[in-house]
Design a protein around this ligand. Structure first.
Ligand SMILES: [Zn+2]
Ligand SMILES: [Zn+2]
Length: 137
């Protein structure tokens, strides 16, 4: 399904494709997401990295295997993707999508990175870093 999206200032307008199999997404509580977003990060997997032509889009190498895309003007967090093969795994921030009706939060990941000042109380599955690595590698 096709989704329209934009950053907070509107300089980056784009469209993404989300497969029916990927409408269930997770919230990431790792320390890097906390730093970048000021809290947990919610993102949905895309079919591929969208082609965006915008001088406002910047990519930050947050680890040796991943990079995070953001707007240079307003700071909106837009993407998380694999560095080597950008289409292998590209995630878009749920909050920048216009229509989120068919999307559902179904789990929490990297919960061992979660700070103590909030609790996960929605009853959804919680995976530690080790469990995430075992599941996706
Ligand atoms: Zn912006
Ligand atoms: Zn994270």
């Amino acid at each position: 399904m096709s989704h329209d999206a934009s950053c907070l200032c509107g300089k980056i307008q784009f469209n993404v494709e989300i497969d029916a199999a990927d409408v269930n997404f997770h919230a990431c509580h790792c320390t890097m997401c906390q730093k970048q977003n000021g809290g947990p990060y919610m993102g949905v997997k895309l079919s591929r990295t969208p082609d965006i032509v915008s001088e406002s889009l910047a990519w930050y190498d947050s680890s040796d295997y991943a990079q995070r895309g953001f707007c240079k003007e307003c700071g909106s967090t837009l993407f998380w993707r694999m560095k080597e093969n950008v289409d292998a795994m590209c995630i878009v921030s749920v909050g920048v999508l216009k229509n989120t009706k068919n999307l559902t939060l179904t789990s929490h990941i990297f919960v061992d990175g979660k700070p103590d000042y909030y609790e996960i109380a929605d009853g959804l599955p919680c995976l530690t870093a080790e469990q995430v690595m075992a599941k996706y590698s």
